[in-house]
Design a protein around this ligand. Sequence first.
Ligand code: PMP
Ligand code: GLN
Length: 379
Amino acid sequence: MRPFGTTIFSEMSALAIRTGAVNLGQGFPDTDGPPEMLAAAAEALAAGANQYPPLPGIPALRQAIVAHDQRFWGLTTDPDTEVVVTAGATEAIAATILALCEPGDEVVCFEPYYDSYAAAITLAGAVRRPVTLRPGPDGRYRFDEEALRAAFGPRTRLVLLNSPHNPTGKVFTPAELALIAELCREHRTYAVTDEVYEHLIFEGEHVPLASLPGMRERTLRISSAGKTFSCTGWKIGWATGPAELVSAVQRVKQFLTFVNAGPLQPAVAVALGLPDAYFTGFTARLKANRDRLVEGLTAAGLGVLPSEGTYFVTADIRPLGGTDGVAFCRELPDRCGVVAVPTQVFYDHQDAGRHLIRFAFCKRPEVIDEAVGRLKTLA
Ligand code: PMP
Ligand code: GLN
């Protein structure tokens, strides 16, 4: 694990604290989640829900996950056998890859990829087969169909798909999802979907890969409370899918953390059951933040690429004379008091992302405005 060093998120947040810069790097909100959820957590703490919860998660949370997935995505899941609650999506990803991959198995993924994917694949002794997302003429990130087809082979065990996608803000199109599903069926592989930004699509609708023909029986769907309910420090995630696969994940998960966040589990159950107005309000607020940041970054002279979802937008630094995103981000706090994240570190083929950096817009409007004002001094 030596090559993995310290995550870019930790490095950049430490840099923000050290320099007092505005932190648009690590993706965490600067406002709290729904008050009903916070009250339920306080109540559970005071009521003594402070011991180990059951290994798969408390029944109320598993039922709430199932009801949520039926309400929003039309997915039918058995709360007793097809759900496991995990320590964030991070543990669900690691436990899933460790459960499904033998040494030498291959994992098809899209780069740039969320950093824990590479680490989890390495921990399993598996091999990643990244397919590169590149901005097309309209700025939208795309992959080459032939490259995806070529990434599949006899050792392919699973495809790891994150949509809406961190760090690009890409939402995979119905045609792209159909192609991925076709290849999974043809090569008889599993799919693992990271859908932590399922409620952050600014145009169109979220479509879980599991809802495509022939995909339910081969897909483990992962999500988490952190993003949807602005509680990234709670680390409550989950994996859902066919009982046999969930059972395999649970077998690994019990030796990673066993269980976590007992008194917070009932609170996440409350949050998942909030009325539709919470979810639409949350999406609308983040969309307005995206628009605000995109406008500001454009005015500051960056080459802003479209973001269709998530907490993030990427930008090309070359219009401001930058060539290397890592160097640019390390200097940015001193140059103008802002922290961003270089996306180059999320690629195996680093040249594809050398000139790109990521900004988070899960921040209060006044914080976004302050960062933009500082960035404008760069031009
Ligand atoms: N996947 C993606 C794409 C993410 O951006 C993150 C960070 N929130 C995670 C997984 C990890 O989620 P959690 O904090 O629930 O472990
Ligand atoms: N998911 C968050 C991001 O992409 C960071 C999570 C972390 O720090 N590991 O910014």
